[in-house]
Write a protein that binds this ligand. Structure first.
Ligand code: PEP
Ligand code: MN
Length: 360
């Protein structure tokens, strides 16, 4: 893609000396609530005020947003505080109304990014706009859907684009509401290096206690900004109560977060880094050697199974391996989640190799 640089120029134009901070309530509830929070965020590092007006709810009967009336409240926020405004758009009517009412930033929610039909409808409605458009990742961990959404907007000639990482839903039990799967965000960053990547720790965490830690992880990975749901009375918010923080807490979070330099030319740092990196290179070579050897043994077992007409998958043996590797991993400071991922991948490769032999 050409002109990619243009797509992030909008962020550089803000000239911020800190990550972009977007804050405000999950939902606009009343005019008073919207303005009260905005005034508490004025004169802080917050640049953009967010508030959902049309709320995509998983189940009907929950608060579905105040609708178009909230656009007037956002206008007042801009007039009274100078903050830029942002809201979610999920169809062409939302887009039209948001553009008419001069909302500065339109974001596309996770439930829209999953649907190519909706993405195309939104892209068509936004065609050629010079507003900033941010694309949240799809609800499910599908890299192609996220990339596809961005490509549709790019094709619609939208020049100020950005991404929001809000985590992915999962059946697995997790402390997160939506697991971060940072590697997917990193892959998207690699595909679109010029697009700003903003982290939404509120929807990743689902609980306000997790927000600081997730935000720091995002900054450690060089994210360009944060979107943090903020409410003057979080416990009584009409949506996402558990994950919202007060403006006071947001200010503390912004104060305590450490912004990392991308790198430094400092000599002592560079020297130590290159020593450590050569150790990593050696360790990676060793890993490859060991994996290669392990697969050779797996192939020998495959040949033995073939000669004796025995099935490839031996569940009991596999569960024993997994159980003992989790325990041994713990002794080496390796998390259960990591061990499971690594050994599942190794096991799958062994099965593939053995199957080839059995089918030969
Ligand atoms: C939101 O930002 O309030 C929202 C609905 O987010 P998501 O699309 O990430 O669920
Ligand atoms: Mn929310």
């Amino acid at each position: 893609m050409e002109n990619k640089k243009e797509m992030r120029q909008w962020l550089d134009n803000f000239g911020l000396d800190h990550p972009l901070v977007i804050a405000g309530p999950c939902s606009a509830e009343t005019e008073d609530q919207v303005l009260k929070i905005a005034h508490e965020l004025k004169d802080t590092d917050v640049t953009v005020y967010r508030a959902g007006i049309w709320k995509p709810r998983t189940r009907p009967g929950m608060f579905e947003g105040v609708g178009a009336i909230g656009l007037g409240w956002l206008k007042k926020v801009k007039e009274q505080t100078g903050l830029l405004t942002a809201t979610e758009v999920a169809n062409k009517d939302h887009v039209q109304l948001a553009l008419e009412n001069d909302v500065d930033i339109l974001w596309i929610g996770a439930r829209s990014t999953v649907s190519p039909f909706i993405m195309q409808e939104i892209a068509d409605a936004l065609e050629g706009t010079d507003k900033i458009v941010l694309v949240k990742n799809p609800v499910n961990p599908d890299l192609a859907l996220w990339l596809g959404g961005v490509e549709r907007l790019y094709t619609a000639n939208i020049k100020k684009l950005g991404l929001i990482h809000r985590g992915f839903s999962t059946y697995e039990k997790s402390k997160y509401r939506n697991i971060p799967e940072w590697q997917i965000a990193i892959e998207v960053k690699n595909k679109f290096p010029d697009l700003p990547m903003i982290c939404d720790p509120s929807h990743i965490g689902g609980k306000r206690d997790l927000i600081f830690d997730i935000s720091q992880s995002a900054l450690d990975l060089n994210f360009d900004g944060l979107m943090i749901e903020t409410h003057w009375d979080p416990d009584n918010a009409w949506s996402d109560a558990a994950q919202q923080v007060t403006p006071k807490r947001l200010i503390e979070i912004m104060r305590d977060l450490k912004v990392r330099k991308i790198t430094t030319e400092e000599q002592a740092y560079q020297n130590e880094l290159s020593v450590l990196r050569s150790q990593i290179d050696v360790a990676d070579q060793n890993l490859l050697d060991v994996l290669g050897k392990r697969m050779k043994v797996a192939e020998q077992i495959g040949a033995l199974k073939r000669a004796n007409n025995v099935a490839v998958l031996q569940n009991k043996r596999w569960n024993e391996i997994l159980g003992s590797m989790i325990l041994e991993g713990q002794d080496r400071g390796l998390s259960e989640e990591f061990i499971l991922r690594v050994f599942k991948a190794i096991h799958q490769e062994s099965i593939n190799k053995q199957e080839k032999i059995l089918k030969a």
